[in-house]
Design a protein around this ligand. Structure first.
Ligand code: PLP
Length: 465
């Protein structure tokens, strides 16, 4: 790269110039490159609190906290300071050669304090996908240590999203993630999941929760418990469409995993760090996992960092194996990412953000969401917990009839949102909200009023209002 092009990085450009450069050189994740390049990318230039600003000076209320991760909102000075300080003091050192550093040590200890009881041993990685990939390797290792070499099958759920590495994508139940890459790998099997609104039929949520959990038991019996290593699940489905478990579901899953000696792997990448009004979804649903993956809200998205926490059974076995664990990333426990994550946890605790979501903003958000949307002609179901919310758009409210997929009503609505200054995600025809945890009541009012405008516009466009 020439000196002048390096200098150019900081030079302001017009939106058209950014778009042309991006189109020429940048392949985006989960994006149709050709279509995007025709349309021109949106360039986000700065952000503060719950608002993003683009290169045209347009303000967007970020109803998705980035990608479900910016717990403390954007531009938090203390997080920036913590990162800068660590960058100056120890810009990098690894944790391989019998070394560690103050930030990694403190972060592991802090996580052990806020994690469910017994989860005291932590490994670090850089993304949710890596955390899940690592979790699967540790599950295999655990069973090998125990001499149970037959236990190799990883079970997970339809509609689940666990990331994009070969193993994490294989674990994911969103089938479009498989086709392009000849996945899943062998040894990955799926069971049905908790989509009561779409698939519950005439069962009550309670009956349905048990019936779906029993599908796990049937699958274990079909494959043979001696061959099943683990069951992986998000406490609440995120990217699959924000499906929440009925109260009956998790206790039954826990019972089944215990009965057949199947390790329970919880993917808390979205549900961790206060999103549901508790530190972790495991606490919200009283689940005791053997291993847990976390990322996103761990640093409020300010740095790429993830972690894997081990319950006592796996933790003790691996920590006392008396041999080298042949696994780790160059950046596992990077001092700068750990410094930012540590500060993030300190602020979540100091400012009582998790309690605020549990007692104040979470209940307010849920109540308002239902009041505004439950009787809307285009809305089939409103669901959510804490600061997670979903509004499912349907063709016929009475009969729970969905729109044909090719109609792409979700994208229609999402486009109205962007045009109106709101980021709201569409998953199929379910509109999803997951705002920063620092959002205030007046900001929730603003968010939901914008969402209402956009859903009304969608309804009008479809001739329903
Ligand atoms: C539940 C869950 N697990 C794993 C991942 C993958 O995380 P990453 O994109 O950081 O690899 C995601 C990302 O959205 C997620 O929602």
């Amino acid at each position: 790269m020439s000196a002048s092009s390096t200098h150019n990085q900081t030079k302001p450009k017009t939106t058209e110039q950014w778009q042309a450069l991006d189109a020429a050189h940048h392949i985006h994740p989960f994006t149709d490159t050709a279509a995007l390049n025709k349309e021109g990318v949106r360039v986000i230039t700065n952000a503060k609190g719950i608002y993003l600003y683009d290169s045209e000076g347009k303000r967007l209320l970020d109803g998705m906290a980035g990608l479900w991760c910016v717990q403390l909102g954007y531009g938090h000075e203390e997080l920036a300071e913590a990162g800068c300080k660590a960058l100056r003091e120890l810009s990098f050192y690894n944790n391989f050669f019998k070394t560690s550093n103050p930030w990694t040590i403190e972060l592991a200890a802090k996580l052990a304090q806020v994690l469910p009881a017994g989860m005291t041993r932590i490994l670090f990685a850089n993304s949710g996908s890596e955390a899940n990939d690592t979790a699967l390797k540790l599950i295999r290792y655990y069973w090998n240590l125990k001499g149970k070499h037959e236990k190799k099958i990883h079970l997970s759920r339809a509609y689940s999203y666990h990331g994009v590495t070969m193993a994490a994508a294989s674990l994911s139940g969103l089938t479009p993630m498989h086709t392009q890459f000849d996945l899943p790998l062998p040894g990955f099997e799926k069971v049905p999941t908790v989509y009561w609104y779409g698939e519950g039929g005439s069962l009550t949520p309670g009956e349905y929760g048990i019936a779906v959990a029993k599908k796990l038991e049937e699958k274990i019996l079909e494959l043979g418990a001696e061959r099943v290593a683990s069951f992986s699940a998000e406490p609440i489905h995120g990217a699959g469409g924000l499906m929440l478990p009925p109260d009956s579901y998790w206790p039954e899953i826990q019972r089944i995993c215990k009965k057949y000696d199947v390790l329970l792997h919880l993917d808390e990448v979205i549900t961790g760090f206060g999103r549901t009004g508790q530190w972790f979804g495991a606490q919200t649903y009283h689940v005791e996992p053997d291993i847990m993956a976390m990322a996103k809200g761990m640093s409020s998205g300010y740095q790429p960092i993830s972690a894997i926490a081990l319950g006592s059974r796996m933790g003790e076995a691996i920590a006392s194996a008396n041999e080298e664990l042949v696994h780790g990333y160059t950046y596992s426990g990077h001092p700068v990412t750990c410094a930012v994550a540590l500060k993030n946890l300190e602020i979540l605790e100091r400012d009582r953000i998790v309690e605020r979501v549990r007692d104040d903003t979470g209940p307010y958000f849920q109540k308002s969401l239902r009041e505004i949307f439950e009787n809307h002609p285009l809305v089939g179901e409103v669901r959510g917990i804490g600061l997670l919310g979903a509004i499912e758009l349907v063709d016929d409210k009475k009969t729970r009839k969905f729109f044909p997929r090719e109609r792409d009503v979700g994208t229609l609505c999402r486009n109205f949102c962007f045009a109106s200054g709101l980021v709201m995600r569409a998953i199929r025809d379910t509109m999803v909200l997951s705002p920063p945890l620092v959002i205030t009541r007046p900001e929730i009012d603003e968010l939901l009023s914008l969402a209402k405008t956009c859903i009304d516009r969608t309804a009008k466009e479809l001739g329903r209002l």
